[in-house]
Write a protein that binds this ligand. Structure first.
Ligand code: FAD
Ligand code: UDP
Length: 423
């Protein structure tokens, strides 16, 4: 790894190399493929790690990303109609951790959004997640919190320690509301019965007896003010000349051409081991975008409740009759001032070649298979396995950031290698 070595040839002539900073771009500096870190994946976990390594330790990283952009599934972009959309499904940032919030606040200001959604069932919109307002819709007259609690007591199925996603819902609200709002949605989304999914899946959705109708539980709920992409750009900019980013590239293509001391792997764990113990199950998605001009929206005013919008909330869930699970109109949340709008229908899809592994499947059988891979990772001293796919966990963005910061801190003392002339 000495910098006296002649630099190896760049891997392929046709690779797309996006330069960040001027690393390796200086005519006086030899093009080099020696790095302290090889980071696989430019999602949250890859970017956070690169930023820490650069700004805390002055260490160099090569980030290799198979897609054509940074940010992984949290990426947003302006579509052809000028509307800021979340490219891979709605991403509602939330956290209870001041540390994670402060860390990201170095790269973004925040636009507070108390995320509110609706559910559409039996031909009408329902307040969702289930709360006192939903109860009033069900009984058809004003009610008190005590009345709702009493009603729940007579409907819920007493289960002390719910073991799966069916039990976690019926134990709180009973069979009717489970079937109205959860069973069909879950079957569509996971192509599994709620009984065959961990309680944590449907347990993500709060059920409240008061009028708090926010979709999420966490204290801090906000979007990056200028969007996710801007935040990711600033994280990269903070790395200065310590990071080089290679887009449209599978890391396996560059492996023979790069020397590094530590790898940060954020892709699917089974792929890393060539599916040695068998392929892990994932769920994929298909997104169908539809845009509308101001004129095309005029007949939606009665439904949306305000001009410039197609539906009455940023997200409407469709638990039962439709093939899609939700329609997202993220403009409600971003607060973007534009008369156009874009809605995105989200269709669950089986995972397979050429598709993205959007969701690990939180279920006992999948966890047992993942455990075999996890055990194998323990012998890899020079690889960090971080993020949603590499740890096969249904993690939110803040959890991935927290996990990456923790991995970096745990290992930082071991990143004390001699400096190469590139660093
Ligand atoms: P990723 O974002 O998946 O990044 C991994 C990167 O590695 C990808 O860009 C991938 O292309 C790349 N990669 C994989 N294999 C290779 C390879 N062989 N070579 C090179 N590159 C490779 N979280 C929230 O907090 N709030 C939400 O509202 C929310 N909504 C979500 C909605 C959907 C539909 C989905 C799918 C996720 C949602 N999440 C949400 C979760 C959030 O997307 C993740 O927690 C976060 O993006 C994970 O970051 P990551 O870096 O672990 O993974
Ligand atoms: N869920 C449901 N009905 C809903 C919303 C959610 O049954 O209206 C269940 C479903 O199994 C879903 C899970 O709760 O996959 C988690 O929902 P969330 O909206 O948090 O999913 P994500 O945004 O991660 O796709």
């Amino acid at each position: 790894m000495s910098s006296d070595n002649p630099p190896p040839a760049p891997p392929h002539g046709d690779l797309t190399i996006a330069e960040v900073g001027n690393f390796g771009n200086d005519p006086d500096t030899h093009m080099s493929w020696n790095f302290d870190f090889l980071i696989v994946g430019a999602g949250y976990s890859g970017l956070v790690f690169a930023e820490r390594a650069a700004t805390e330790l002055g260490r160099t990283s090569l980030i290799v990303e198979k897609r054509g952009h940074v940010g992984g599934n949290a990426q947003d972009e302006y579509d052809d109609h000028g509307v800021l959309v979340h490219k891979y499904g709605p991403h509602y940032f939330r956290t209870n951790s001041p540390k994670i919030r402060e860390y990201l606040s170095q790269f973004t200001e925040w636009h507070p959004v108390p995320y509110r959604i609706l559910s559409y069932a039996q031909g009408r919109y329902w307040k969702f997640p289930i709360n006192l307002n939903t109860f009033e819709q069900i009984v058809g007259h004003p009610a008190t919190e005590d009345e709702f609690k009493e009603w729940l007591e007579t409907h819920r199925v007493p289960i002390d320690n719910p073991q799966n996603s069916e039990e976690v819902i019926i134990s709180q609200v009973g069979w009717d509301l489970y079937e109205k709002f959860f069973k069909g949605y879950t079957l569509k989304q996971w192509r599994r019965h709620p009984k065959d999914l961990d309680a944590s899946v449907c347990g993500r959705i709060p059920i409240r007896t008061n009028r708090d109708d926010r979709y999420l539980r966490e204290e801090f709920q906000a979007l990056p003010k200028a969007g996710y992409h801007k935040m990711f750009e600033r994280m990269l900019a903070a790395c200065g000349d310590k990071v080089r980013l290679l887009l449209h590239t599978d890391y396996r293509e560059v492996l023979p051409h790069v020397s590094y001391r530590h790898m940060v792997y954020t892709g699917p764990i089974d792929e890393y081991y060539d599916n040695g113990f068998g392929a892990l199950p994932y769920r994929s998605l298909r997104f169908e975008n539809q845009s509308f001009t101001e004129g095309e929206l005029s007949d939606r005013l009665a439904i949306a409740g305000k001009p410039g919008f197609w539906q009455p909330a940023m997200q409407v869930n469709y638990p039962n009759d439709e093939d899609f699970t939700r329609i997202v109109e993220i403009k409600h949340a971003t607060g973007q001032a534009t008369s156009n709008t874009t809605i995105v229908r989200e269709y669950p899809d089986d995972y397979g070649p050429g598709k993205e592994a959007y969701y690990p499947i939180p279920a006992p059988d999948a966890a047992a298979l993942y455990k075999k891979y996890e055990e194998r990772t323990r012998s890899e001293k020079n690889v960090s396995f971080i993020g949603r796919l590499a740890t096969y966990k249904y993690y939110n963005m803040d959890q991935v950031v927290g996990m990456t910061l923790a991995d970096f801190e745990r290992r930082r003392a071991s990143f004390d290698w001699p400096r190469s002339s590139m660093a």
